[in-house]
Ligand binder design. Sequence first.
Ligand SMILES: [Zn+2]
Length: 253
Amino acid sequence: MSDLPVGTQAAADAVRAAERIVVLTGAGISTDSGIPDFRGPNGVWTRNPAAEKASNIRYYLSDPEVRKAAWLNRLDTPVWTAEPNLGHQLVYELERRGQLRAVVTQNIDGLHQAAGHDPENVIEVHGTVRSTRCWECGDVRPMREALDRVRGGEADPPCLVCGGIIKSDTISFGQSLVPEVIDRAFQVSSECDLMLAIGSTLSVYPAANCVPTAKRAGASVVILNGQHTEMDRHADHLLIGQISEVLPVLVGR
Ligand SMILES: [Zn+2]
C-alpha cells in the first residue's frame, strides 16, 4: 500500500461517489493480458517503424504484398488467446454496480466486451480486430471467417459480396475515424460526472479530447497511467502508477 501514488484514496472517494462514470482506456490496460503497446516506449511501432508503415491504409490498399503480410500477422496476433485481466474486470465491476455511463476505448482487442460488458456500453473509437470490413462495400463479418480462408490458402481473401479489399475493422494510419463512433464518445464524455482515464498517454487525437470535454462539462477527471500524459493539466487526481495496484483501490475491491 505504501507504493500507491499520493492522492489515490481521494480519487477512490471520488469514484465511489460518482454515478455516471466514463472510463477511457488505452493500451496500458491490455499489456497485462499480453497484448503489446504499439506506441509506448517499448512499443512494436517505436522499435520497428517498418511495422507502422505496413499499417498505413495507403500501402495496404495499393500493395498486395503488404496485405498478405498483414493477414499472416493477423493469424498469430496475441489477441486471439488473450483474456481480460484484473483491470478489465474492475472496469466491468463499475457497470455491474450501475455506476458506468460507458467505456471509450482506443484498444482494438475486444477485451472489455470479453470481461462482460453490455457491448452497447463499449465505444471502440479505433475499431476492432474481431471483425473484418470491406473497403469497397462495407460488408462486416467475424474476423475468424477471414482467418479460416487464409489458413485455407487464400493469401489475400477478397470480399465475398463484391470482391473488394477487406481488412480488420480498425482505424489504420491515414484513415478517418467513424464519425458516429467518435461523436458518441464525445457525447458520453459530456454527460459523465467522472472521467477515469486508464492506461493511455492521452496523446492520440481526437480520442484524447474526451478528457477536456468531460472537464468542461463539470466532471471530475482521474488519470491513472504508468507515465505522465498529455492531459495531466486537466486531472483533478493524477495517479502515476501500476494499474494492477492502483485500480483495485479506486474501485474499492
Ligand atoms: Zn465488399
